[in-house]
Design a protein around this ligand. Sequence first.
Ligand SMILES: [Zn+2]
Length: 98
Amino acid sequence: MSNSYIKVDYDSGTLCCAGCGEWTGTHMDSVLMYARPNGEDGDGVRICVKANGATMTIPETGPGRRHTIVLQMTCEMCSHVTTISFMQHKGQTQVEYR
Ligand SMILES: [Zn+2]
């Protein structure tokens, strides 16, 4: 996973857009979950929940070898889609912000 420092406006406790750095106007659109309850590299649950509550199965296998959660936020200032991911891989939980 590539990474950069997570940008937060510490006065408001608000996550900043990874594209333009603004801390207002980010909207959490989707939550993606890749769960492999049966172990490394096995098939499992791959689901995306949209902001409107719609759910869909993610067709492709997710990153990493175990569980991964991805939060996607769209910025109304620059349209960048900021993602934060938590991925368990070989006894580590890796965090990605981009
Ligand atoms: Zn932005």
